[in-house]
Design a protein around this ligand. Structure first.
Ligand code: TXD
Length: 319
């Protein structure tokens, strides 16, 4: 059986880490694409040279020609520019939306059967633009944010409880940003809901609230430390988990930005919700019961995503 092909659009910080992790996990052959000539080639060769040491087989290539992504089974998109000083949020949206248009057109032309994972920020809007531009069915285009946000939540909870990260599950819904909705009720240690652990004296309500806030600010915490960029190891690991679930038809239940079609009362928008990812792409949107306060937080998050989509539509109309 031929190896699967994974195309990475954007060979920056996350792109490079994705390439390494995909190799270490032997998910397939990897082609890296970037507009900066030399970088995808250099990273591809560097990682390929690590393969004899680490003991994995994968063919690595890199370039600035979209023809290289032909027939890819999975495409992971990190292409775009970060926000620079003096640049408004709308400037960033407009620039990265144009990048998504170009990437989407290339996917449509060269690998229309691929499963596509978008990482580029602002995530919930960029995944929408990418899906529209690619013309791929919405169940084959997803956004990565929830796995990362819940990984941060899991890490902080494991640290607080002094237990293995493996035994902590956590649940984050909504858009990627200040309005994300960490759900403590659905987060557990070995199946014990976190609110019960508060009752059991494992932590206090105040400490838990602080952890929830730290999760919301997780991206900014790393940016403030790094100063010259944003997080890349955990974002890459998160997207690889989604790609692996698709490639191996694992049917994992993962929080992803998925196109909603009436679920949670939302239609035609990408929002972070739990989904089942298998060989069919997004095979199911899991609709959980939200209490009043949670629903209010979720609706606020949806409204924020809708606001950004309106900005994109205006920009696309040239207003
Ligand atoms: O949870 C999440 N979704 C995120 C999102 C978590 C962390 C970071 N997140 C976003 O991912 C971040 O705000 C960025 O929008 C992306 C990629 O982050 P990364 O740290 O990898 O950014 P880099 O290092 O700047 O890499 C971007 C690359 C860079 O090499 C550019 O040359 C390239 O994108 N680029 C392009 N590639 C292809 N085609 C076009 N048009 C293009 N423009 C720039």
């Amino acid at each position: 059986m031929a190896r699967k092909k994974i195309a990475l659009i954007g060979a920056g910080q996350i792109g490079g880490t994705l390439a390494l992790l995909a190799g270490l996990k032997e998910l397939g052959d990897i082609v890296m694409f970037d507009v900066v000539d030399g970088v995808p080639q250099g990273k591809a060769l560097d990682i390929a040279e690590a393969s004899p040491v680490e003991g994995f087989d994968a063919v690595y290539s890199g370039g600035s020609n979209y023809a290289g992504i032909k027939g890819a089974d999975v495409v992971i998109v990190t292409a775009g520019i970060p926000r620079k000083p003096g640049m408004s949020r709308d400037d960033l949206i407009s620039t990265n939306a144009k990048v998504m248009d170009a990437v989407g057109a290339a996917i449509k032309k060269h690998c229309p059967k691929a499963f596509v994972i978008c990482i580029t920020n602002p995530l919930d809007v960029m995944v929408y633009v990418l899906q529209q531009a690619s013309g791929l069915p919405a169940n084959r285009v997803v956004g990565m944010a929830g796995v990362l946000d819940s990984a941060r939540f899991r890490y902080f909870l494991a640290e607080e409880f002094k237990v293995s990260v493996e035994d902590v599950t956590a649940f984050v819904m909504g858009g990627h940003g200040d309005t994300m909705v960490p759900l403590t009720r659905y987060s557990t240690v070995a199946g014990i809901p976190v609110p019960d652990l508060v009752k059991m004296g494992w932590t206090t309500k105040e400490k838990l609230d602080a952890i929830v806030q730290r999760t919301r600010d997780g991206g900014a915490e790393i940016v403030n430390l790094l100063k010259t960029g944003s997080a890349f190891y955990a974002p890459a690991a998160s997207a690889i988990q989604m790609a692996e679930s698709y490639l191996k038809d694992k049917r994992r239940v993962l929080p992803c930005a998925a196109m909603l079609n009436g679920e949670y009362g939302v239609k035609g928008l990408y929002v972070g919700v739990p989904v089942v990812i298998g060989a069919g792409g997004v095979e199911k949107v899991v609709e959980i019961d939200l209490n009043k306060a949670e629903k209010a937080m979720f609706d606020k998050s949806v409204a924020a995503v809708r606001g950004l989509i309106d900005v994109v539509r205006k920009l696309q109309r040239g207003e």
